[in-house]
Ligand binder design. Structure first.
Ligand code: AHR
Length: 578
C-alpha cells in the first residue's frame, strides 16, 4: 500500500506492508488518508497545527502511519463553531414537533386505544403508559384521522353509543370499529396536552359533512349539533387549532388536478367554520391546503398553482398553510431494512433525508414569489423514514423498527425545519405509535420508547425558543460513494434567555471535538444529554429497552470558549448556564 504525502510541490511516498495509503491535500486545511479501505479526513483548524504535521510527515515519511493506525473511532475530528446569541432571530414554532396518528395498523387501536374494559391500565380507554410518555414530549399538536384514511372517513360513524363498523380499505382492508372517534381523539389530546389538527374528507365527503363536523365540535350556542355533542358527553365546545382541507388530493385523496383541487379548497375554506368563541380572533383555526409531495416539476407546478390562487384570492376564502409530504424512503416501494443494516445503508438513508433541505428551500422560494410576507406556513405534515415492512407483519400496517439511524435522521430534519422557521411553522412526523418512524412501539401491555422518541424529548427546550445562527465548517464524512457533512448543529435561546445547543455527529466511526466560541453570553457551565448506541442499527426492544437512551454529558467552559466531545453517530443537546 502507498502512503503519499503532498505539500505544495513536494510529495512523499511511503511504502509499508499492510494497511495505509494517504494523500495530503495541498493548500487545504485537511489531510485525507485511507486505512484498511476506509477513508478519513483530518482537519486542521490553524496553520500552526498544520505545519508541524507536514514537517513531521515529510521528514519522517511513514511516521504518520503510527498516528493513522490508531483505532479509527478514537481519532477525534475537530470542528470550530461560533454562536452569537445577540443574533437570535426567528421563533422556532413548537408546532414543528407535531405528531401524526392515522387509523392505520396498530397506530390508534392498541397503540392509543385499548378500550375501557382492557386489562391494560387506561383512562376512558386510552392507555396510561402512552399518555405519560407523550406528556413528556410536550406534543404540540396531533394530526388525525389520516392520511389517506381521512378522505374516506365519515365522522358520524365514530360518535354516539352505537358505532358504525366499517372497513379500512387503504390499510390492509381490516375492520374499522370506529370505537375511537371524535370524542376519544379529543379526550386523548386533553390527556396528553396537545392541540387538534383535524383533516377533513374532501375526496369522498362533502363540504356540508365537514361543516357539520366542525359545528358539532366547536359550536357554543345550543344548536342541534352542539346539543348532540353535549349529549355525547362534552358540553363545552372543543378547540380545533388546525384544519387540513384534504390529504394528498393529487393521489390517495382523489387524484385531483390542481385546478380541480383549488375549486374544492375554495368551497371548503368558505363553509367549514370554527364557531368556538375563543378561536375567533388571534387563536383562529389555521386552514391548511394540500401541497406538494416531492421536488419534481409536477410538485413545483402544484405549489405554484395553489400559491398563485392564494395571491389572487377573494375576501371569501383564505388559507394559512400549505402542506408538504416527504418521506425518507430511498425508492418506492420502500425496500431499506429498518434493522440489521450496516454503514452503507446508514449513510445512504442520511443522504436521502438531507434532501429535505432542498425540498423546503425550493417550495419556500415558490411561496415567496406569491406570499413575500410569509403569511402562509409551509406545513411538513408527513415526514420521516419509510422502510420495508418488518418480516411477518401485515404490509398494510407499515410496521418497522426504529434505530439509532432514525434518531439521527430525526435530528437532521428538525434542524432543517428550525433553520427555515420563518416559513416552516408546523411539521408532523409519521407516525406517532407503531407505524413508520414511531415514537413508541407497543405489544399488548408492553411499550418501548424508540431512539426517535428520545430525540423529540431532548429537543423539547427548542419549542418556542428563538433561533440563533451557528457558523461552522462541518467537514465531510465519506463512506464509499456517499459523502455527508460530518456534523450538524442548531442553537436557540429559550424564553428564559438560556442558550441551547444541539449537535449531530453523523460520522459513525469518529468522535468530534467541538470548539465553540460564544458571543453575547458569558458562560459558566454547560451540560446536557447525548444519545448514541453500539451500532448504527441499534434499537430498543421490549426486552432490551435501554440500548439507545440518552446519557448525561458536560462541556468544558471557560468564558467565551466551550469544548465538547461528540461521540460517533450521536445526537447531543446541552444548555449553557450563565
Ligand atoms: O403515512 C402513511 C400514508 O402516507 C398517509 O396515509 C398518506 O397521506 C401518505 O401517502
Amino acid at each position: 500500500m502507498l502512503f503519499t504525502l503532498t505539500s505544495g510541490s513536494r510529495t512523499t511516498v511511503c511504502k509499508r506492508k499492510g494497511e495505509l495509503s494517504a494523500v495530503w491535500a495541498s493548500g487545504g486545511s485537511f489531510a485525507k488518508y485511507s486505512l484498511l479501505g476506509r477513508r478519513f479526513t483530518r482537519r486542521f483548524t490553524a496553520l500552526r497545527q498544520k505545519a508541524p504535521f507536514v514537517r513531521r510527515a515529510l521528514l519522517f515519511g511513514c511516521t504518520l502511519i503510527a498516528e493513522a493506525t490508531i483505532a479509527p473511532a478514537v481519532v477525534a475530528q475537530k470542528v470550530q463553531l461560533s454562536v452569537d446569541v445577540s443574533k437570535a432571530s426567528v421563533k422556532i414554532d413548537r408546532n414543528i414537533f407535531g405528531q401524526f396518528a392515522e387509523h392505520l395498523g396498530h397506530g390508534v387501536y392498541e397503540g392509543i386505544w385499548v378500550g375501557p374494559d382492557s386489562t391494560i391500565p387506561n383512562t376512558r380507554g386510552i392507555r396510561n403508559d402512552i399518555v405519560a410518555a407523550l406528556r413528556a414530549l410536550k406534543v404540540p399538536n396531533v394530526r388525525w384521522p389520516g392520511g389517506c384514511f381521512a378522505d374516506e372517513y365519515h365522522w358520524r360513524t365514530g360518535i354516539g353509543a352505537q358505532r358504525v363498523v366499517t372497513l379500512n380499505p387503504n390499510w390492509g382492508g381490516v375492520i374499522e370499529p370506529n370505537t375511537f372517534g371524535t370524542h376519544e381523539f379529543m379526550d386523548f389530546l386533553d390527556q396528553i396536552g396537545a392541540e387538534a389538527y383535524i383533516s377533513v374528507n374532501v375526496g369522498s365527503g362533502t363540504p356540508r359533512e365537514a361543516a357539520e363536523w366542525l359545528e358539532y365540535l366547536t359550536a357554543a350556542q345550543p344548536t342541534t349539533l352542539a346539543k348532540e355533542r353535549a349529549a355525547n358527553g362534552h358540553q363545552a365546545p372543543y378547540r380545533v387549532s388546525s384544519l387540513g382541507i384534504g390529504n394528498e388530493s393529487w393521489g390517495c385523496g382523489g387524484n385531483m388536478t390542481p385546478d380541480y383541487y383549488l375549486s374544492q379548497l375554495k368551497i371548503y375554506t368558505r363553509f367549514v367554520r370554527n364557531f368556538n368563541p375563543s378561536q375567533q380572533d388571534k387563536q383562529q383555526m389555521l386552514k391548511i391546503a394540500v401541497g406538494p409531495g416531492g421536488s419534481e416539476t409536477e410538485w413545483a407546478y402544484w405549489t405554484e398553482a395553489v400559491m398563485r390562487a392564494y395571491q389572487n384570492r377573494q375576501w371569501s376564502w383564505d388559507i394559512n398553510g400549505l402542506s408538504m409530504h416527504s418521506y425518507t424512503v430511498g425508492h418506492w416501494p420502500p425496500s431499506f431494512a429498518s434493522v440489521g443494516f450496516g454503514e452503507t445503508e446508514y449513510s445512504k438513508i442520511l443522504k436521502f433525508t438531507l434532501e429535505m433541505e432542498d425540498l423546503v428551500s425550493k417550495h419556500s422560494a415558490i411561496m415567496d414569489k406569491y406570499d413575500p410576507q410569509k403569511k402562509v406556513a409551509l406545513v411538513v405534515d408527513e415526514w420521516g423514514a419509510w422502510y420495508a415492512p418488518l418480516p411477518g407483519t401485515n404490509p398494510g400496517f407499515l410496521v418497522q423498527q426504529n434505530s439509532l439511524r432514525d434518531a439521527i435522521l430525526a435530528a437532521l430534519n428538525l434542524n432543517i425545519f428550525a433553520h427555515h422557521g420563518d416559513r416552516v411553522r408546523m411539521a408532523n412526523i409519521a407516525q406517532m405509535i407503531n407505524v413508520l418512524q414511531a415514537m413508541i412501539l407497543t405489544d399488548k401491555e408492553k411499550m418501548v420508547l424508540t431512539p426517535t422518541y428520545y430525540v423529540f424529548k431532548m429537543y423539547v427546550p427548542f419549542q418556542e425558543a428563538t433561533f440563533v445562527p451557528v457558523a461552522f465548517d462541518a467537514g465531510t464524512y465519506v463512506h464509499g460513494e456517499i459523502s455527508l457533512p460530518r456534523m450538524d448543529a442548531l442553537a436557540a435561546k429559550d424564553t428564559a434567555g438560556k442558550l441551547w445547543l444541539a449537535f449531530t455527529n453523523l460520522d459513525p466511526n469518529q468522535s468530534i471535538e467541538v470548539e465553540a466560541s460564544l458571543a453575547g453570553i458569558i458562560a459558566r457551565s454547560a451540560a446536557g444529554e447525548t444519545l448514541t448506541g453500539p451500532k448504527v442499527d441499534s434499537v430498543n426492544t421490549f426486552d432490551a429497552a435501554k440500548t439507545v437512551v440518552p446519557k448525561p454529558i458536560s462541556a468544558k467552559v471557560e468564558g467565551r470558549k466551550l469544548d465538547l466531545t461528540l461521540e460517533p453517530k450521536s445526537v447531543t443537546v446541552i444548555s449553557v448556564e450563565q
